[in-house]
Design a protein around this ligand. Structure first.
Ligand SMILES: [Ca+2]
Ligand SMILES: [Ca+2]
Ligand SMILES: [Ca+2]
Length: 278
Protein backbone atom coordinates (compact mmCIF):
# COMPACT_ATOMS: atom_id res chain seq x y z
CA UNK A 1 0.00 0.00 0.00
CA UNK A 2 1.53 3.38 -0.96
CA UNK A 3 2.63 5.53 2.00
CA UNK A 4 0.36 8.40 0.91
CA UNK A 5 -2.73 6.19 1.02
CA UNK A 6 -1.67 4.75 4.39
CA UNK A 7 -1.19 8.26 5.83
CA UNK A 8 -4.63 9.31 4.58
CA UNK A 9 -6.23 6.28 6.23
CA UNK A 10 -4.43 6.97 9.54
CA UNK A 11 -5.48 10.66 9.51
CA UNK A 12 -9.09 9.75 8.70
CA UNK A 13 -9.12 7.13 11.47
CA UNK A 14 -7.74 9.72 13.93
CA UNK A 15 -10.44 12.21 13.01
CA UNK A 16 -13.13 9.58 13.47
CA UNK A 17 -11.65 8.77 16.91
CA UNK A 18 -11.70 12.45 17.91
CA UNK A 19 -15.31 12.80 16.76
CA UNK A 20 -16.24 9.67 18.68
CA UNK A 21 -14.53 10.95 21.85
CA UNK A 22 -16.36 14.27 21.54
CA UNK A 23 -19.76 12.61 21.39
CA UNK A 24 -19.11 10.12 24.21
CA UNK A 25 -18.66 10.91 27.90
CA UNK A 26 -17.94 7.92 30.13
CA UNK A 27 -19.18 5.65 27.34
CA UNK A 28 -22.52 7.47 27.28
CA UNK A 29 -23.42 9.29 24.05
CA UNK A 30 -24.14 13.01 24.50
CA UNK A 31 -25.77 15.47 22.15
CA UNK A 32 -23.31 17.61 20.19
CA UNK A 33 -23.54 21.17 21.57
CA UNK A 34 -23.45 22.56 18.03
CA UNK A 35 -25.80 21.02 15.50
CA UNK A 36 -27.45 22.09 12.27
CA UNK A 37 -30.47 20.84 10.42
CA UNK A 38 -30.40 21.04 6.61
CA UNK A 39 -33.61 22.73 5.53
CA UNK A 40 -35.27 22.91 2.14
CA UNK A 41 -37.38 26.07 2.47
CA UNK A 42 -40.08 26.49 -0.12
CA UNK A 43 -39.47 28.98 -2.91
CA UNK A 44 -35.66 29.11 -2.85
CA UNK A 45 -34.92 28.16 -6.43
CA UNK A 46 -31.36 29.14 -7.33
CA UNK A 47 -28.36 27.49 -9.04
CA UNK A 48 -25.17 29.47 -9.62
CA UNK A 49 -24.33 29.83 -13.31
CA UNK A 50 -20.62 30.66 -13.61
CA UNK A 51 -20.67 30.89 -17.42
CA UNK A 52 -18.49 27.84 -18.00
CA UNK A 53 -15.98 27.90 -20.86
CA UNK A 54 -13.24 25.56 -22.05
CA UNK A 55 -10.68 28.16 -20.87
CA UNK A 56 -11.75 27.90 -17.20
CA UNK A 57 -11.38 31.57 -16.24
CA UNK A 58 -10.75 32.12 -12.54
CA UNK A 59 -14.27 33.41 -11.67
CA UNK A 60 -15.75 30.21 -13.15
CA UNK A 61 -14.22 28.31 -10.23
CA UNK A 62 -15.60 30.65 -7.56
CA UNK A 63 -19.07 30.59 -6.13
CA UNK A 64 -20.80 33.96 -5.85
CA UNK A 65 -21.77 35.89 -2.73
CA UNK A 66 -24.84 35.67 -0.51
CA UNK A 67 -26.27 38.48 1.62
CA UNK A 68 -28.78 38.17 4.45
CA UNK A 69 -30.51 41.49 5.04
CA UNK A 70 -33.96 42.88 5.77
CA UNK A 71 -34.84 44.66 2.53
CA UNK A 72 -38.43 45.49 3.54
CA UNK A 73 -37.89 46.31 7.25
CA UNK A 74 -40.34 43.69 8.52
CA UNK A 75 -37.85 42.11 10.96
CA UNK A 76 -37.32 38.98 8.85
CA UNK A 77 -33.97 38.47 7.12
CA UNK A 78 -34.27 38.13 3.34
CA UNK A 79 -31.74 36.49 0.99
CA UNK A 80 -29.92 37.98 -1.98
CA UNK A 81 -27.59 35.85 -4.09
CA UNK A 82 -25.18 37.06 -6.76
CA UNK A 83 -24.69 35.17 -10.01
CA UNK A 84 -22.31 34.88 -12.97
CA UNK A 85 -22.60 35.85 -16.63
CA UNK A 86 -21.45 34.72 -20.03
CA UNK A 87 -17.71 34.66 -20.71
CA UNK A 88 -16.04 36.74 -22.05
CA UNK A 89 -19.01 39.04 -22.81
CA UNK A 90 -20.07 39.33 -19.13
CA UNK A 91 -23.75 39.49 -20.05
CA UNK A 92 -26.70 38.08 -18.14
CA UNK A 93 -28.23 36.73 -21.33
CA UNK A 94 -31.00 34.65 -19.79
CA UNK A 95 -32.66 34.13 -16.36
CA UNK A 96 -30.14 31.45 -15.35
CA UNK A 97 -27.60 34.29 -14.88
CA UNK A 98 -29.83 36.68 -12.89
CA UNK A 99 -29.04 37.58 -9.30
CA UNK A 100 -31.99 36.70 -7.07
CA UNK A 101 -33.76 38.39 -4.14
CA UNK A 102 -35.89 36.07 -2.00
CA UNK A 103 -38.39 37.61 0.41
CA UNK A 104 -38.72 35.78 3.73
CA UNK A 105 -42.43 35.08 4.24
CA UNK A 106 -41.90 34.03 7.87
CA UNK A 107 -43.39 30.54 7.55
CA UNK A 108 -40.36 28.70 6.20
CA UNK A 109 -41.00 29.80 2.66
CA UNK A 110 -39.60 32.49 0.39
CA UNK A 111 -40.92 34.47 -2.58
CA UNK A 112 -38.72 35.42 -5.53
CA UNK A 113 -39.14 39.21 -5.74
CA UNK A 114 -36.15 39.88 -8.02
CA UNK A 115 -38.12 41.52 -10.80
CA UNK A 116 -40.33 43.59 -8.46
CA UNK A 117 -37.18 44.95 -6.83
CA UNK A 118 -35.34 45.44 -10.15
CA UNK A 119 -32.38 43.40 -8.92
CA UNK A 120 -31.45 41.05 -11.76
CA UNK A 121 -28.02 42.71 -11.80
CA UNK A 122 -25.63 43.42 -14.63
CA UNK A 123 -22.32 41.87 -15.63
CA UNK A 124 -20.56 39.14 -13.66
CA UNK A 125 -21.33 39.53 -9.96
CA UNK A 126 -19.18 37.88 -7.29
CA UNK A 127 -19.73 39.77 -4.03
CA UNK A 128 -22.75 41.54 -2.61
CA UNK A 129 -22.45 44.86 -0.80
CA UNK A 130 -25.42 45.86 1.34
CA UNK A 131 -25.68 49.22 3.08
CA UNK A 132 -28.00 52.20 3.39
CA UNK A 133 -25.76 54.46 1.31
CA UNK A 134 -28.28 57.32 1.11
CA UNK A 135 -29.69 57.00 4.66
CA UNK A 136 -33.30 56.82 3.45
CA UNK A 137 -34.01 53.94 5.84
CA UNK A 138 -33.85 51.16 3.26
CA UNK A 139 -30.78 49.04 2.58
CA UNK A 140 -29.27 49.42 -0.89
CA UNK A 141 -27.78 46.54 -2.88
CA UNK A 142 -24.55 47.07 -4.78
CA UNK A 143 -26.01 45.55 -7.96
CA UNK A 144 -28.29 48.58 -8.23
CA UNK A 145 -26.48 51.21 -6.15
CA UNK A 146 -25.17 53.41 -8.91
CA UNK A 147 -22.38 53.78 -11.42
CA UNK A 148 -19.47 53.42 -8.98
CA UNK A 149 -20.55 49.86 -8.10
CA UNK A 150 -20.96 49.03 -11.81
CA UNK A 151 -17.39 49.99 -12.76
CA UNK A 152 -15.59 47.02 -14.35
CA UNK A 153 -12.55 45.80 -12.39
CA UNK A 154 -11.29 42.61 -10.83
CA UNK A 155 -12.26 43.68 -7.33
CA UNK A 156 -11.79 41.29 -4.44
CA UNK A 157 -11.90 42.23 -0.74
CA UNK A 158 -14.64 44.72 0.11
CA UNK A 159 -15.17 46.31 3.51
CA UNK A 160 -17.82 48.79 4.64
CA UNK A 161 -17.79 51.43 7.34
CA UNK A 162 -18.11 55.09 8.05
CA UNK A 163 -14.43 56.03 7.88
CA UNK A 164 -15.00 59.76 8.49
CA UNK A 165 -17.95 59.51 10.92
CA UNK A 166 -20.17 61.73 8.79
CA UNK A 167 -23.05 59.23 8.79
CA UNK A 168 -22.54 58.07 5.23
CA UNK A 169 -21.30 54.50 4.66
CA UNK A 170 -17.92 54.38 2.87
CA UNK A 171 -16.32 51.44 1.07
CA UNK A 172 -12.75 50.10 0.88
CA UNK A 173 -11.91 47.63 -1.90
CA UNK A 174 -8.90 45.76 -3.20
CA UNK A 175 -8.41 45.01 -6.89
CA UNK A 176 -6.12 42.47 -8.54
CA UNK A 177 -2.92 44.20 -9.80
CA UNK A 178 -4.31 47.54 -8.66
CA UNK A 179 -3.96 49.95 -5.73
CA UNK A 180 -6.22 49.86 -2.69
CA UNK A 181 -9.36 51.88 -3.39
CA UNK A 182 -11.13 53.99 -0.78
CA UNK A 183 -14.59 55.15 -1.84
CA UNK A 184 -15.61 58.04 0.43
CA UNK A 185 -19.36 58.50 0.25
CA UNK A 186 -19.97 62.04 -1.01
CA UNK A 187 -23.59 61.57 -2.09
CA UNK A 188 -26.14 64.22 -1.10
CA UNK A 189 -26.87 63.81 2.63
CA UNK A 190 -30.28 65.29 3.46
CA UNK A 191 -31.28 62.26 5.55
CA UNK A 192 -30.63 61.50 9.21
CA UNK A 193 -28.69 58.56 10.62
CA UNK A 194 -27.24 56.95 13.74
CA UNK A 195 -24.16 54.81 14.25
CA UNK A 196 -24.23 52.50 17.28
CA UNK A 197 -21.10 51.17 18.94
CA UNK A 198 -22.00 48.41 21.39
CA UNK A 199 -19.78 47.35 24.28
CA UNK A 200 -20.73 44.12 25.97
CA UNK A 201 -20.32 43.33 29.68
CA UNK A 202 -21.95 39.92 30.26
CA UNK A 203 -21.89 39.41 26.47
CA UNK A 204 -18.71 39.44 24.37
CA UNK A 205 -17.04 42.86 24.55
CA UNK A 206 -17.70 43.69 20.87
CA UNK A 207 -21.39 42.91 21.27
CA UNK A 208 -21.16 40.61 18.22
CA UNK A 209 -24.54 39.02 17.59
CA UNK A 210 -26.55 41.70 19.40
CA UNK A 211 -29.84 42.40 17.61
CA UNK A 212 -31.01 45.99 17.35
CA UNK A 213 -34.44 47.47 16.63
CA UNK A 214 -34.61 51.20 16.00
CA UNK A 215 -38.07 52.81 16.07
CA UNK A 216 -38.84 56.23 14.55
CA UNK A 217 -42.06 57.91 13.47
CA UNK A 218 -41.61 56.14 10.12
CA UNK A 219 -41.53 52.66 11.66
CA UNK A 220 -38.97 50.09 12.75
CA UNK A 221 -35.56 49.20 11.31
CA UNK A 222 -33.61 46.07 12.21
CA UNK A 223 -29.91 45.19 12.14
CA UNK A 224 -27.30 43.36 14.19
CA UNK A 225 -23.66 43.62 15.22
CA UNK A 226 -21.76 41.67 12.60
CA UNK A 227 -18.36 42.36 11.03
CA UNK A 228 -18.83 39.61 8.40
CA UNK A 229 -20.15 42.05 5.83
CA UNK A 230 -18.59 42.18 2.38
CA UNK A 231 -16.34 39.79 0.50
CA UNK A 232 -13.16 38.47 2.15
CA UNK A 233 -13.08 41.27 4.74
CA UNK A 234 -14.11 42.37 8.18
CA UNK A 235 -16.19 45.54 8.16
CA UNK A 236 -17.00 48.29 10.69
CA UNK A 237 -18.54 46.55 13.71
CA UNK A 238 -20.55 49.64 14.55
CA UNK A 239 -24.14 49.33 13.35
CA UNK A 240 -25.40 52.00 10.95
CA UNK A 241 -29.04 52.99 10.49
CA UNK A 242 -30.35 55.44 7.90
CA UNK A 243 -33.33 57.30 9.39
CA UNK A 244 -34.79 59.21 6.45
CA UNK A 245 -36.40 62.47 7.57
CA UNK A 246 -36.49 61.48 11.27
CA UNK A 247 -34.23 63.57 13.51
CA UNK A 248 -35.51 61.81 16.66
CA UNK A 249 -35.51 58.12 17.56
CA UNK A 250 -38.36 56.98 19.79
CA UNK A 251 -36.70 53.77 20.95
CA UNK A 252 -33.58 51.69 20.47
CA UNK A 253 -34.12 48.12 21.63
CA UNK A 254 -31.07 45.87 22.00
CA UNK A 255 -31.13 42.11 22.58
CA UNK A 256 -27.62 41.23 23.75
CA UNK A 257 -26.16 37.73 23.21
CA UNK A 258 -26.27 37.22 27.01
CA UNK A 259 -30.06 37.48 26.87
CA UNK A 260 -30.12 40.97 28.40
CA UNK A 261 -32.71 43.29 26.87
CA UNK A 262 -31.96 47.01 26.95
CA UNK A 263 -34.04 49.93 25.71
CA UNK A 264 -33.04 53.55 25.13
CA UNK A 265 -35.71 56.22 24.73
CA UNK A 266 -35.80 59.55 22.88
CA UNK A 267 -32.38 59.48 21.21
CA UNK A 268 -31.11 62.26 18.94
CA UNK A 269 -30.17 61.26 15.39
CA UNK A 270 -26.92 62.16 13.61
CA UNK A 271 -24.44 60.90 16.20
CA UNK A 272 -22.07 58.05 16.92
CA UNK A 273 -23.54 56.59 20.11
CA UNK A 274 -21.71 54.19 22.41
CA UNK A 275 -24.01 51.84 24.34
CA UNK A 276 -22.70 49.71 27.20
CA UNK A 277 -24.55 46.56 28.22
CA UNK A 278 -26.47 46.99 31.47
CA1 LIG B 1 -37.62 41.18 5.46
CA1 LIG C 1 -31.10 53.45 0.97
CA1 LIG D 1 -18.62 58.44 5.68
Amino acid sequence: MPNRVLRAIVITASLISLCTLRSMVGGVPVADPIAFEALKPRGLQFVTNPGRTARKHQPETMVSGVALFDYNNDGLLDIYVANGATMPGLEKKDPSYYNRLFKNLGDGSFEDVTDKAGLRGKGYNLGVAIGDYDNDGFEDVSAAAGADFARKAIHRGTAFGDIDNDGRVDVVVTALNGPLEVWRNVGPAPNHWILLQLIGAKSNRDGAGAKIRVVTASGARYNQVNTAVGYGCASDRRVHFGLGSNSEIKEIQIKWPSGTAQTLHDVKADQVLTVKEN
